[in-house]
Design a protein around this ligand. Structure first.
Ligand code: DP6
Length: 352
C-alpha cells in the first residue's frame, strides 16, 4: 500500500523584510517581518508526499523538483523531515494500531507553476508545501502556526506561506525558537482591492543567496543595528495599523521605506551587496512618476534579494498603475505580460 497526500502553498512577498539571523541553525530571525501572500493561481508550489513499506529502504528519502532529482541531504531539509517524522512517531507510539509511516522512505514530488530561477521566493512556497504535504500524509494534528515552526527551519520566509492574506512572522525571544512562528494579521478578503504586479527584471539566479547575504550584513553593517533596534519595530507597528485600517497611503509608504532600508543595509554590508540593478531603479522612478501624476500614492514598490520588483496597488488604480507601467516600460524589451491579482490575478510584466 502506498500512502499519499498533496497540497499547494503560495508565494509571499514581504512588505517588512526579514533580513538577519540570530541563530543560523534554527533559522531564528533578528527581527519580525510581515508579508502579503500572493494568489495560488499564479505563483505556487504543488507537492505530493508519498510513503510505503514497499519503497526500498536503500533508496532512502527522495525529492523530484520540477521533474529533476533534487538533493535533500541539506541540514535545513533534514531538520524539517526529522521534526515531522518524530511527531508521527509520537502518534504511532500512542496508538499502536496506526501504520508505522514514520519508518517508511518518503517520496516527494514538487512542482512550481512559475520559473524557479526567477528569484520569486520559490524557497518560501517550496518549504511550506513540503512541510504541509508530509504533515497531511502523517495526519498530524498541527495548526498552521505549528507547521510554520517547522517550515521556518527549512527557509525563514517559508513560515509565512502557511497562511493566506497578511501574515506576520513574530521573531520570538526563546533560544529554542518555539515562539518564532507566523500568524495571520488579516484575511485576503479583508482588503479585496489589493493587487500585486510582478515585474520580472531578470530571471537570472541571484548572486548572493539570502542566507549568506544576511549573515554578512549581521556581521558587518552598522546601519543594520539601527534597522533592527528601531526601524523595523516601528514599521511593523505602522504596517499592522495600516492593514487594519486599509490605509493604502501608509501601507505603501512603509513598504517602500522598508525595502529601501533593507537595500541600504545591503549596501552598508562590507563588502557591499547589490541586489537591485538599473532596471530596478528605473521601476522605482516609474512608481514615483505614477504617484506624482496621480497626486496621491497609488503604487508601492518592494524588492527582495534580487532585481525583480513587486508593485502593490489597489484595483481601482489599475489603469494608472498597470497602464502607466506598461507605457513607461515600453522602451524596455518587454517579453509579454498577463493579468492577475492577489485573489485571482497577478499581472506579470517580463522584462527579460
Ligand atoms: C529578502 O527566507 O530566503 O526575501 O531563511 O536563509 O532561507 P533563509 O532566507 P529567506 O530570506 C528571505 C529574505 C527576503 C525578505 C523576506 O522575505 O522577508
Amino acid at each position: 500500500k502506498v500512502y499519499r497526500a498533496s497540497t499547494t502553498a503560495p508565494v509571499n512577498i514581504a512588505v517588512v523584510k526579514y533580513w538577519g539571523k540570530r541563530d543560523a541553525k534554527l533559522n531564528l530571525p533578528t527581527n519580525s517581518s510581515l508579508s502579503v501572500t500572493l494568489s495560488q493561481a499564479d505563483l505556487r508550489t504543488l507537492t505530493t508526499a508519498s510513503c510505503s513499506a514497499s519503497f526500498p529502504a536503500s533508496e532512502g528519502d527522495a525529492l523530484l523538483l520540477n521533474g529533476e532529482p533534487s538533493d535533500i541531504s541539506g541540514a535545513r531539509t533534514q531538520a524539517c523531515l526529522r521534526e515531522l517524522r518524530s511527531r508521527r512517531a509520537a502518534l504511532e507510539a500512542a496508538d499502536p494500531s496506526l501504520p508505522k509511516l514514520s519508518t517508511y522512505p518518503l517520496r516527494l514530488v514538487s512542482e512550481n507553476n512559475f520559473p524557479t530561477a526567477a528569484g520569486l521566493a520559490s524557497s518560501a512556497a517550496g518549504f511550506a508545501a513540503l512541510v504541509r504535504a508530509i504533515a497531511n500524509l502523517y495526519e498530524l494534528p498541527a495548526s498552521p502556526s505549528e507547521l510554520s515552526l517547522i517550515a521556518r527551519q527549512g527557509s525563514g520566509s517559508a513560515c509565512r506561506s502557511l497562511f493566506g492574506g497578511y501574515v506576520a512572522w513574530r521573531m520570538g525571544d526563546k533560544a529554542d525558537g518555539t515562539d518564532s512562528m507566523a500568524d495571520q494579521v488579516a484575511e485576503a478578503s479583508h482588503w479585496p482591492d489589493m493587487r500585486a504586479l510582478v515585474l520580472v527584471v531578470s530571471a537570472a539566479k541571484k548572486g548572493v543567496s539570502s542566507s549568506s547575504g544576511m549573515q554578512q550584513t549581521v556581521a558587518t553593517s552598522g546601519l543594520f543595528r539601527e534597522r533592527i533596534a528601531t526601524v523595523v519595530p516601528e514599521n511593523m507597528a505602522i504596517m499592522e495599523k495600516a492593514i487594519a485600517e486599509k490605509d493604502f497611503e501608509k501601507f505603501a509608504e512603509v513598504t517602500m521605506r522598508d525595502s529601501n532600508s533593507f537595500h541600504a543595509t545591503c549596501a552598508d554590508t562590507y563588502p557591499p551587496i547589490f541586489y537591485m540593478n538599473d532596471v530596478s531603479r528605473a521601476a522605482i522612478r516609474a512608481v514615483e512618476a505614477i504617484n506624482e501624476k496621480a497626486g496621491r500614492t497609488v503604487a508601492a514598490y518592494t524588492f527582495d534579494a534580487g532585481p525583480n520588483a513587486v508593485i502593490y496597488y489597489q484595483e481601482k488604480d489599475t489603469e494608472a498603475v498597470v497602464g502607466t507601467f506598461y507605457h513607461v516600460l515600453q522602451g524596455a524589451d518587454i517579453g509579454g505580460w498577463k493579468s492577475a491579482d492577489i485573489k485571482g490575478l497577478k499581472p506579470t510584466i517580463s522584462l527579460d
